[in-house]
Design a protein around this ligand. Structure first.
Ligand code: NAP
Length: 446
């Protein structure tokens, strides 16, 4: 891979890059099928990604006609890498085996190792014979929506496709590696004013937040909306609050430390609740919720922004869903894409139906939504919340940080890129957007 890196660094032409031979193996972060029981009997918090994530050489897979091979300069940690690495709620080998049974090309994925990672930036080095819009040398980011374009159910909204998958989680050959194998319709232009690692962290969380809040497929936020954002300095939340601000709304960010409160203030979010300082106890015990604590949250929100919220941006799940359903205003929407603290959720249905609220499920984003969200990054209107950067060799530690909620925003991972700060093609745009704004989370996390 050194030859690819040298060529990319030297600004070689696409033809020159295409002429370089692909190696037989490449360096990748993976979990092993024979270790899927590694953490049996342990509590989630004690399952340690540093033990299950390995970095080593794996075979370069054959490329299908509708695919591209990308030399990965940087990747990112997403929470799905946490799920894969702690084998929760299920080992992801089941996803690979199912894909393996679907087609001859799908069979490549059903291996005894799973190369993880659902975000990346890099340079296209090969394209299949059916690829029209991309060529070797193109500088790209990769979104994770892996769609079967011959499935009719994919052709209204591809997230409704029966075979829709998340690349690097439900497929193999993900982005925490020196090479990635993707469908050509996962490729998007790299933001020219950002470095490789700043470009790598956005696609998954940015597109998800865009669909949840901005898209008509999500909560279709309006100007003036008040939006409660849980985990407002985390991966999803750091984009969500930017969308609310950009769209003329008022975010109410919830975080868990004074440092995170100050980070959000620096980002322009005025109304912030420190949930630890507030000491909410939405659950009296494992089985019983406390409505008076929901009311206390509602009162705190009204004290900050004058009214109940039109939208709740939900993802913690079991711990917060009862409070979220309560806190949304009459006719409001609770849009949810996850359940970090538990997926068997409980809420008081009377608050939902009597006040005509809607719970809206959302999952990643279709290509159009991912592309539009990426364009906002390219235009400098959405900032990359990159707070820390690890080399690929320390991917276990990087994933541990996210698992234990020790991070802010997004963690980037250097794959082929030897150092931070490389790959900026448009320094003028960077200066216009503002170095301080682009590096806000990085300076905070340093
Ligand atoms: P993240 O970077 O870890 O951020 C999540 C934030 O949520 C944390 O920073 C934390 O903030 C807050 N949080 C965690 N547990 C909480 C609890 N019990 N109560 C209240 N707040 C809590 O993760 P992320 O990337 O934003 O992802 C969040 C979840 O969404 C994960 O489960 C992930 O798998 C899922 N996800 C789903 C999709 C999809 O397409 N369906 C896409 C992306 C992510 P504070 O401690 O500061 O409050």
């Amino acid at each position: 891979m050194q030859a690819f890196l040298d060529a990319i660094q030297a600004g070689a032409s696409g033809d020159d890059i295409a002429a370089l031979p692909l190696p037989d193996t490449y360096r990748a972060a993976y979990v092993r099928r024979d270790e899927a029981q590694l953490f049996d009997g342990l509590d989630s918090a004690d399952k340690d990604p540093r033990k299950s994530l390995h970095v080593g050489e794996v075979a370069v897979p054959e490329m299908a006609p509708d695919e591209a091979v990308v030399a990965v300069m940087a990747g990112a940690i997403n929470f799905n890498t946490v799920w894969t690495s702690i084998f929760e709620p299920l080992p992801t080998f089941g996803f690979l085996d199912r894909l393996g049974k679907e087609s001859a090309w799908g069979a490549r994925h059903a291996l005894d190792y799973h190369v993880v990672g659902s975000d990346a930036s890099g340079v296209v080095v090969r394209t299949g014979s059916a690829v029209r819009n991309w060529k070797p040398g193109d500088r790209v980011t990769i979104h994770c929506n892996y769609v079967d374009d011959q499935d009719p159910s994919s052709h209204d909204d591809s997230m409704l496709g029966a075979n829709q998958r998340i690349w690097g989680f439900e497929t193999n050959f993900g982005g925490l590696a020196d090479l990635a194998l993707v469908k050509a319709n996962q490729l998007m232009p790299k933001p020219a004013h950002l470095s490789w690692e700043e470009s790598a962290v956005n696609a998954l969380c940015n597109s998800t937040s865009y669909r949840m809040l901005v898209s008509p497929n999500g909560a279709a936020m309006q100007q003036g909306d008040r939006v409660l954002v849980w985990g407002a300095s985390g991966g999803l939340g750091a984009y969500a609050v930017q969308y609310v601000l950009n769209g003329g709304g008022t975010p109410v960010g919830v975080v868990s430390s004074p440092e995170k409160v100050s980070l959000l203030h620096d980002l322009g979010v005025e109304a912030v609740i420190d949930r630890k300082a507030a000491g909410y106890r939405f659950w009296k015990d494992e089985h019983t919720q406390d409505e008076s604590e929901w009311r206390r949250l509602g009162k705190d929100i009204r004290a900050l922004v004058g009214d109940d919220v039109d939208i709740v941006f939900e993802h913690p799940g079991r711990q917060t869903m009862g409070a979220s359903v309560f806190a949304a205003k009459r006719g409001g929407t609770i849009v949810t894409c996850a359940a970090t603290s538990g997926y068997m959720i409980e809420y008081d249905n009377r608050h939902l139906w009597m006040k005509l609220k809607t719970i809206k499920g959302s999952h990643f984003a279709n290509y159009r939504e991912a592309w539009d969200a990426n364009q906002l990054v390219c235009d400098g209107k959405i900032l990359p919340p990159l707070s820390a950067v690890y080399p690929l060799g320390e991917v276990g530690e990087a994933t541990y940080q996210v698992h234990r909620n020790l991070h802010e925003g997004k963690i980037g991972v250097l794959c082929l890129a030897p150092t931070e700060g490389l790959g900026i093609d448009d320094p003028e745009l960077r200066a216009r957007v503002g170095e301080d704004r682009i590096t806000l989370f990085r300076r905070h996390g340093a």
